[in-house]
Design a protein around this ligand. Structure first.
Ligand SMILES: [Zn+2]
Length: 254
């Protein structure tokens, strides 16, 4: 994925996504870390979060294929924040305020940051409501980025979705929080493509499906903490991609 230098048609994107849904997704091979949200005990996070940056990248070189994981993370943060900043007033009442960015951490090491009283999980990514921040273990990001750069966009947009949930009235938050976060991620990434702030490159939609599959539970959603199985994750993501943020809200009519 890249910040744009050439437009790829919206219709082509949706066609690729539809194809994905029909054919299912390439199965993930190996031992994926799960992307989890939150734990919620009190206490401030350690570290000094930086505010999200506004639009960076998009320098017009078009040479984004070999971007570093750090560069893709920066771009994903910028694209996601810009989407919410731009569209929040059309979607919700009140002003938009972005979550804080704790950024990269090294899970499982002494002194790694905490959410409440719990250390941030190893090989994972989080939105921590207590402290209102997003953070990611770089091992998760590197592992996924090696599979495809779309990975980091999905993880950032998904965690940002949890931050958005935390800003909404309870009635707008789906009981299946993880699947709703996937739906919001789809709405953001495809919405950003429509806005022209993100360009999908060849293979990106397949990478997104691969990432959702790799990060899925082995069993379908039954409980608030579940992420859902691969077909559910792809299905919710695709709903948001096709029909936007409002389709992710409870009782939405597609
Ligand atoms: Zn989550």
């Amino acid at each position: 994925m890249a910040v744009p230098w050439y437009p790829r048609s919206w219709a082509a994107l949706i066609a690729a996504l539809t194809l994905l849904l029909v054919t299912g997704c390439a199965g993930g091979d190996e031992p994926p870390p799960t992307v989890e949200s939150s734990s919620a005990a009190p206490g401030p996070p350690s570290g000094t979060p930086a505010p999200p940056t506004s639009a960076t990248g998009g320098d017009g070189t078009g040479d984004d294929g070999g971007k570093s994981v750090e560069g893709d993370i920066d771009a994903a943060v910028s694209v996601t924040n810009t989407y919410w900043q731009t569209h929040w007033p059309q979607l919700f009442t009140g002003g938009y305020n972005p979550p804080r960015l704790l950024g990269a951490y090294d899970g499982g090491t002494p002194g790694s940051p905490v959410c409440g009283s719990e250390p941030l999980p190893d090989d994972n990514a989080v939105y921590c409501p207590d402290g209102d921040y997003i953070a990611w273990d770089m091992d998760l990001m590197r592992w996924g980025h090696a599979r495809g750069d779309a990975w980091v966009y999905l993880v950032i947009a998904h965690e940002w979705g949890h931050a958005v949930q935390n800003r909404l009235d309870a009635g707008l938050v789906d009981l299946a929080r993880e699947l709703q976060a996937d739906c919001l991620a789809g709405a953001v990434l495809f919405g950003a493509a429509q806005d022209g702030t993100l360009t999908f490159e060849e293979g990106d939609t397949e990478e997104l499906a691969d990432a959702l599959t790799a990060l899925a539970d082995r069993t379908p959603w039954t409980d608030i903490a579940d992420h859902g199985d691969a077909s559910q994750r792809v299905s919710y993501f695709s709903r948001g991609a096709r029909s936007g943020v409002k389709s992710c809200l409870p009782n939405a009519i597609e």
